[in-house]
Design a protein around this ligand. Structure first.
Ligand code: IVH
Length: 679
């Protein structure tokens, strides 16, 4: 290529030319992504980008992080950092029928004491992943996943690579604005990506949503950059140094003015009839939209009214997701097999002739339990209707009765476990049948170990299902304790394991030895002891020894623990086999230090009494109480002059009034989260 003689004015002022190119690229991005009206061809755009890249290469001191050339900036990360959402990211209540929507609209009228039709914003419910983007002084500062609504993951490096996400905003947005929306993979990009993956003999993604999630959760941003992701923004979180418009529909317009993409199908509609007409219209056009949606969302348009309506538990009262009906398809059920879970529960699973439903090919469906099998009268060879909604496990809805149905053999519960041959037991009045083999059953061992190693339990990174299967199959691991005897050489000998990953896994196992009492308790896999119960037990008994020695009556003293759970806990610790495994774990260096007595002098809220009232969006009241106790506070049920502070959620009543009377400090949810965050 011939090199053009550089014009003197520009050659002398590379900074000015760089600024000019960036501005042009930004304007073209805006036309392309927001207005959907590009004024230059892709190759002309690439030409401008090329020029900018060259100039920046010659003048690296002029590269800024918000330059359009710097989308893939960061090197691969070891893990995603956790972020705390200053304003919790809520979810939506679902409606499945017209009546549900009418009830919603009626409640809005009642609460607002309004008789005229309500103005709503109606939008598709995008089937992707919710994200939060923070722009400070117009520059993208942080992008995070929704996570559990309070804690998300910092995915800034990855989100920067998405072309539809502006690195800098146009116009004059507030000094700090958090915008929220959905990252998704358009259908065309998804199809193309899967086709290429198939040609290369790589794994294909089941649906666009999973593909988007998998692409966003890559530790190497270059991989994310290669995936056809897109974004639509539809909400605000934190705002400082400026205000958002009064109506949601205006907010969406403001987003577009700032260069943020919004869904082109979003519209202002009037009243319930407007909502339902919109639902029918989008429903009819659903299959011709270039992205996947699973319903529509209605939002009260006035933001002042939104504020008035507030939220209950984790969903706003001013918005509703009206879901499309779950997709159904019929196919032939070839057999029913029984899967054995961690607690020995036998789950009947229908093996099916593969059928495409709800965006994926389904070849198995759950039948939950034997009562369900009997109720639906499912038999091998029957034609059945399968339903799949969202990410839910596909299920068998009903049998299409034909002439042969009656002569097919009814399904019987096996007398013996299909895995280990131990007798199967079904307690009177219980729907679930269980293998009585306990840890002698390979399936129970395998599932128990999988649970033990899982992220919320011992968090052994890299010890996934396939590896556990091999470890159990080869008898390298018979109990959770055996995990800690594995050598790097043994791990390297497993299928699909290199030296490097074996060394990494060995290190991850070593690292997991330092755990906490609540995690360890959860990891043990005691029946009905989930994370919350494990935490409550740990906080009450403080040591494993104290818990193991407790009677069922003593265990029942723990908040939210009833007689059934207490019995399961007591039975678990009464077992000699369990005691032996725990002793071995300790001998092998696993540590679950006792929790501290809570009211230690050093704790931030030591000696104080707090009250929690109203509904918090991000956590249950029990969780808020546990968090306060953790900080050394006592938590009382009523406000008195001695109360040090009151945490106030939505719809707080008399306790808030009383706190105001006594001039006791009041923290709203954001303030409370801040308190928990600061050391
Ligand atoms: S608004 C408080 N608008 O649905 C309102 N959400 O079920 C919060 N979603 O986590 C969300 N399309 O991931 C809103 N147009 C839309 C949406 C939408 C999809 C997702 C979002 C949210 C989930 C809640």
């Amino acid at each position: 290529m011939k090199r053009k003689a550089a014009r003197p004015s520009r050659a002398g002022l590379p900074a000015a030319r760089i600024a000019e190119l960036r501005e042009q690229l930004l304007a073209h991005d805006y036309r392309y992504h927001v207005l959907d009206d590009p004024s230059i061809s892709d190759s002309e755009y690439d030409g401008l980008m090329q020029q900018l890249k060259q100039l920046e290469a010659q003048h690296p001191q002029l590269i800024t992080p918000d330059s359009p050339t710097q989308r893939v900036g960061a090197a691969p990360a070891a893990a995603f950092a956790e972020v705390l959402h200053a304003v919790p990211m809520l979810s939506l209540d679902n409606a499945f029928s017209e009546q549900d929507v009418r009830d919603f609209d009626r409640r809005v009228h009642e609460r607002l004491k309004r008789s005229e039709p309500i103005s709503y914003s109606a939008e598709p419910k995008l089937d992707g992943l919710a994200v939060s983007l923070i722009y400070r002084d117009g520059a993208l500062q942080r992008a995070a996943t929704r996570g559990d609504g309070v804690h998300g993951e910092d995915v800034t490096a990855n989100v920067r690579t998405i072309r539809g996400v502006p690195l800098v905003l146009r116009g004059s947005p507030p000094a700090l604005i958090e915008v929220r929306g959905e990252i998704f993979m358009p259908l065309a990009g998804f199809a193309q990506m899967n086709e290429q993956a198939q040609q290369r003999g790589e794994k294909v993604f089941v649906n666009p949503r999973n593909a988007a999630a998998g692409s966003l959760r890559q530790l190497d941003p270059r991989i994310t950059a290669s995936r056809p992701l897109d974004i639509f923004l539809y909400a605000v979180g934190l705002i400082e140094g400026g205000a958002a418009p009064e109506h949601h529909t205006q907010l969406l317009q403001a987003f577009r003015d700032w260069g943020l993409k919004t869904c082109p199908e979003a519209r202002a509609v009037l009243g319930i009839e407007g909502c339902l007409a919109y639902y029918r219209d989008i429903g009819a056009r659903r299959d011709s939209l270039p992205y996947q949606i699973d319903g529509v969302v209605y939002k009260v348009d006035s933001r002042a009214d939104q504020e008035r309506l507030g939220f209950v538990s984790r969903a706003p009262r001013w918005a509703l997701a009206h879901k499309f009906p779950a997709e159904e398809a019929s196919t032939v059920l070839t057999a029913i097999e029984f899967q054995v879970g961690r607690t020995g529960a036998l789950t009947p699973v229908a093996r099916l002739q593969p059928v495409f439903v709800g965006g994926v090919t389904v070849s198995n469906a759950t039948l939950h339990n034997m009562d369900e099998v009997a109720r639906k009268d499912v038999r091998a060879g029957d034609t059945v209707v399968i339903r799949r909604a969202g990410d839910v496990i596909p299920e068998v809805v009903r049998v299409v009765i034909d002439a042969e149905h009656a002569v097919r053999a009814p399904i019987r519960l096996p007398d013996r476990c299909p895995i280990c041959g131990s007798p199967v037991e079904k307690a009177e009045g219980e729907a679930i049948a269980r293998c009585s083999g306990g840890f002698t059953c390979r399936a129970q061992r395998q599932e128990g170990i999988r649970h033990f190693a899982s992220r919320r339990a011992m968090d052994i990174e890299g010890l996934g299902e396939k590896l556990i299967e091999q470890l159990v199959e080869n008898d390298l691991v018979k109990s959770p304790a055996d995990i800690f005897t594995l050598t790097a050489a043994q791990l390297a000998g497993l299928e699909r394991m290199g030296e490097k990953s074996a060394a990494n896994l060995h290190a991850a196992i070593a690292k997991s030895r330092d755990t906490t009492l609540p995690r360890f308790l959860f990891a043990l896999g005691i029946r009905d002891v989930g994370e919350a119960t494990a935490l409550a037990l740990a906080q009450h008994f403080l040591t494993l020894k104290a818990l193991a020695a407790a009677t069922p009556e003593q265990i029942e003293q723990v908040p939210d623990v009833g007689p059934v759970v207490a019995a399961h806990v007591a039975v678990f610790f009464a077992s000699k086999a369990h005691a032996a495994v725990i002793a071995r774990l300790r001998d092998l260096g696993v540590k679950w230090p006792p929790l501290q007595r809570r009211v230690t002098a050093g704790a931030k809220l030591a000696g104080q009494t707090w009250v929690v009232t109203g509904t918090l969006a991000a956590m249950s009241r029990e969780q808020a109480t546990a968090a306060l106790v953790e900080l050394g506070a006592k938590v009382a049920g009523s406000v008195s002059k001695k109360t040090a502070g009151v945490v106030v959620g939505a719809d707080a009543g008399s306790k808030l009034k009383k706190a105001q009377e006594f001039a006791i400090p009041v923290l709203d949810e954001a303030g409370f989260l801040e308190l928990l965050k600061t050391p």
